[in-house]
Design a protein. Structure first.
Lengths: 320, 92
């Protein structure tokens, strides 16, 4: 029973989570690690009790907009990417839950702080971190890397790889369309259209940040009303010290449909960050496109799971 | 998050929604009425009366919506009290 309610609370947080946090509503989700549906206090005893067989290799999974850790579960409800990767890498999988309606900048900073605190309270020394983010979760990871680098956090040195699943690295056009529509409605001198614009603008800061993949406050302040994807060069580049892997889904097989619609929410060019563009930090082998898989399905699809496992196994075998 | 916590959150959210909805509807009703009154207030002979009726209309509208918001706040506070009373029994 808890999971459906948690899912509803997750959706609510995604829609108006910024309002919930501002008004100190008890439905506002606090960022934390979740084990068997419950928040695990970030102290050594609680973590040792929740993860009695904690391994030095740790995989941290960050869900996407309006989600919870339940989004990672395969359709049969038994397994997920974390469990599969943990088996392959002899690692422990940790699941993050957070308020996806908050600005991605804030969630990134909170995630960085959580990882930094985790180094001190995890039952064993963390030797290696693998970060996996679906959709907005990938941008939260990017934001955390930026915040962690600025603050000189220790956890960054432990991150071996970051995997972005359906992450809108160059923005999400649907949000940009919403922004334009709200702007047009607002400009019409009519009380009813203005009311519609106000309703449209109720969408959370987190959703608005997806339009341009903003992971810093200064980028949010420079936001423009445009339908085009943001410039290929993101103001917060992927850190060169980490191996980055990108997965994109496509709902169609025809090339023009694929290019236009991507996984139905995130276009291919955004999910692949321009796909290993010259001078970029990505190798072509670090970018995978999974045909026939929509955006939400990317979080729990066997083909995606196999790709993640192949990447992690390959990297683990290459590590001396 | 506990079940009473979720209920308290839901009650607060409903209260916020009614409050914000009432303010938005009040604004739209005033703006819509303002258009008609703005025309009438330009007609010689009835301009003063139109301004008076306009003012009375706006005050009446604000009073009605103010009352809605007041009842909403009281009902929200009462709901929170009831949830607080139920909470210890659930924990025991």
């Amino acid at each position: 029973m808890a999971a459906p309610v948690d899912r509803l609370v997750g959706v609510l947080n995604g829609l108006i989570g910024d309002h919930l946090a501002r008004s100190r509503n008890e439905l506002a989700t606090r960022m934390g690690l979740v084990h068997r549906g419950a928040l695990v206090p970030l102290d050594r005893a609680a973590l040792a009790a929740a993860y009695p067989e904690a391994r030095p290799r740790v995989i941290v999974l960050v869900h996407g907009l309006m989600g919870t850790e339940n989004n990672w579960r395969f359709a049969d409800g038994r397994d997920d990417y974390g469990a599969a990767l943990a088996g392959d890498l002899d690692a422990t999988a940790l699941y993050v839950r957070y308020n996806t309606g908050l600005p991605i900048t804030d969630n990134g900073a909170a995630f960085a702080a959580l990882l930094e605190a985790l180094l001190d309270v995890y039952p064993v020394d963390i030797a290696e971190l693998t970060l996996v983010g679906h959709s907005m979760g990938g941008l939260v990871i990017r934001g955390a890397c930026h915040a962690g680098a600025e603050a000189g956090h220790r956890w960054l040195g432990r991150v071996k790889r970051a995997i972005y699943v359906g992450t809108p690295h160059r923005g999400a056009p649907l949000e940009r369309i919403g922004r334009v529509v709200a702007g047009v409605l607002e400009a019409v001198p009519d009380p009813y259209t203005k009311l519609l614009a106000q309703i449209a603008n109720l969408r959370s800061d987190g959703i608005k940040d997806l339009g341009d993949a903003d992971v810093r406050h200064e980028d949010r302040a420079r936001r423009v009303t445009s339908l085009a994807l943001r410039d290929a060069r993101h103001p917060v580049p992927l850190l060169p010290s980490i191996e980055h892997y990108l997965i994109a889904g496509t709902i169609a097989t025809a090339p023009w449909l694929t290019a236009l619609f991507g996984d139905a929410i995130v276009p291919l060019a955004s999910a692949t960050d321009g796909a290993a563009r010259p001078g970029g930090p990505l190798r072509p082998s670090h970018v995978a496109i999974v045909p026939g898989v929509g955006h939400l399905e990317l979080a729990h699809h066997p083909a995606v799971g196999e790709q993640l496992r192949a990447w992690c196994r390959g990297a683990a075998e290459a590590t001396p | 998050m506990s079940a009473p916590g979720k209920l308290r959150g839901l009650a607060a959210l409903v209260r916020d929604a009614v409050d914000a909805g009432s303010r938005a509807v009040e604004r739209v009703q005033k703006d819509t009425a303002h258009r008609a009154y703005a025309v009438l207030e330009q007609v010689p002979g009835i301009d003063r009366a139109a301004r008076g009726v306009h003012a009375v209309h706006d005050v009446g509208l604000s009073t009605v919506h103010g009352a809605i918001r007041l009842v909403n706040q009281v009902a929200g506070a009462a709901a929170a009290q009831v949830i607080d009373l139920v909470e210890p029994r659930e924990q025991s």
